[in-house]
Ligand binder design. Structure first.
Ligand code: PLP
Length: 473
């Protein structure tokens, strides 16, 4: 009757497979660290789909081969030539902690289902809030910066009218953010039903930072159209160029106008962990809410996002639904039933992964990582400029460098097409992974220096690859 299930749950089979998988991953770490093999394996979506469709039709029972095959076809973030999207190479101990939490599967949105995970989550939030300069703040962990943004903005809205979450009726409101803000703030405006007009962009200056001097004028223009901005989102930092907005300037404006100040620190609020870089966040301590991803610059496997409020009870107002089987709605101030304050009901024990890094390596590991990736970005910018063949979009404040070839005499469209082809050719070759972005109508190659073991040799090799574009495209 239960033969298949018994085999599936066999502890000794798990032990055997587990040891082999850890060996496999250790070999992967060794070869990635030694710069062996590809960073990325370009594959057409249809081709990939056909491959896995065929695999899934094979007889079951070869989990090791299956996992090895997945690994072979994956992007290698532990390879020092990974300079792609903003996801970190996780510290291995965090992956092991992930294994523990996945096997236990303590869905911890209610305290009873994860007492330890809940307590660790509070410790992580309290410590992070203190580093951000919000020692009285509170919050929780959630699944990603995008969900974190929506959560924070729902709380902002709910704080404007206490009953908005229940009645769904509200005046016409809007969010203000810079034209370089991550799309998740525009998405949050859509989710809240405010449409396109509910998302008001503020232009950026030549360093891609919000023009704080325009806030009053844009606010008044928006009000004149019948919409009232209630939130201003500051980017710390922006996704494309890694530029930090003037958070004190935005905080002053919000204080004057009585608006909610949200900081999207999904990528860059991590510098709170590094004393030398902390000044980039000046003013963040005045925010009503902050989002910070541990899976970007803090060495943690995705997803692991902190949402922190100046007033910890704010998000409860947005999520006041009854859940008879989970908690007693008449009891107030239950910090430990996180489901009462966040989107998620069954919630991963994300805190274990983060806490395991802290316990194994100490808080200083985060600072060391930030120092490495930031100084790599500065060095890369210097190398590009010294080459005389490339220009950078802006001197990096973060670990992100946007660059392009100098193409005198070439029209914008032609130069854009060339850079698209260069980036596609690099990814196709597979030994570097970079991405691209568009700034002021121009295509730029974009590198996020996510791996602390990337060195100058890697950066010079990438420069050579780009400048030898004739042989690439
Ligand atoms: C500034 C910023 N905000 C939000 C996000 C979205 O975060 P997530 O990918 O965790 O949803 C990103 C992702 O790159 C980002 O750079």
């Amino acid at each position: 009757m239960k033969q298949i299930l018994e085999a599936a749950f066999d502890p000794e089979a798990f032990r055997y497979l587990g040891h082999r998988v850890v060996d496999l991953l250790t070999d992967h770490l060794l070869s990635a660290g030694a710069r062996e093999g590809n960073v990325v394996r370009a594959a057409e979506p249809e081709q990939e789909f056909q491959y896995w469709t065929a695999k899934m039709q094979e007889d079951p029972g070869t989990p090791f081969e299956f996992l090895s095959e997945f690994l072979k076809r994956a992007i290698s973030l532990h390879h020092p030539r990974y300079l792609g999207h903003q996801v970190c190479p996780p510290v291995p101990v965090a992956a092991l902690a992930g294994l523990v939490s996945e096997l236990l599967n303590n869905g911890m949105a209610v305290y009873e289902m994860g007492p330890s995970a809940t307590a660790l989550e509070r410790w992580i939030i309290d410590r992070t809030a203190t580093l951000l300069g919000m020692p009285k703040g509170g919050g929780f962990l959630t699944s990603g910066g995008t969900l974190g943004m929506t959560t924070a903005l729902l709380a902002a809205r709910a704080s404007q009218i206490r009953n908005a979450a229940e009645s769904g009726t509200e005046p016409k409101w809007a969010i203000m953010a810079s034209s370089e803000a991550h799309y998740c703030s525009a998405r949050a405006a859509h989710v809240m039903g405010w449409g396109k007009e509910g998302f008001v962009t503020v232009p950026v200056d030549e360093r891609f930072k919000m023009r704080v001097d325009l806030l009053d004028e844009i606010f008044e223009r928006t009000v004149a159209t019948g919409r009232t901005p209630i939130v201003v989102v500051g980017s710390a930092c922006t996704t494309s160029t890694g530029s930090y907005d003037d958070l004190n300037g935005i905080a002053d404006f919000c204080a004057r106008r009585g608006l909610w100040f949200h900081v999207d620190g999904a990528h860059g609020a991590a510098v709170a962990f590094c004393p030398e870089l902390r000044s980039l966040l000046a003013g963040i301590e005045r925010a009503d809410s902050v989002v910070l991803d541990f899976h970007k610059l803090l060495l943690t496997p995705a997803l692991a996002t902190a949402v922190i409020f100046k007033n910890a009870s704010c998000s409860s107002i947005a999520f006041e639904q009854q859940a008879q089987s989970l908690w007693d709605a008449s009891r107030q101030g239950e910090w430990y039933n996180v489901g009462r304050r966040s989107f998620e009901c069954t919630k991963l024990s994300m805190s274990l992964k983060i806490a395991a890094i802290w316990r194994a390596h100490g808080e200083e590991v985060f600072a060391e990582n930030l120092r490495c990736v930031h100084s790599n970005a500065s060095r890369f910018a210097e190398i590009l400029e010294e080459s005389g063949q490339c220009e950078i979009a802006v001197r990096p404040e973060s670990n992100i460098v946007c660059f392009r070839l100098k193409t005198p005499g070439m029209g914008i469209e032609e130069a854009n097409a060339l850079h698209r082809r260069i980036r596609a050719a690099i990814v196709c070759q597979g030994d570097f992974y970079i991405v691209q972005t568009i700034l002021l109508g121009q295509v730029w190659l974009r590198s996020a220096l996510m791996n602390p073991f990337t060195d100058e040799g890697d950066l010079r090799a990438l420069l050579n690859r780009v400048t030898a574009w004739n042989s690439l495209v």
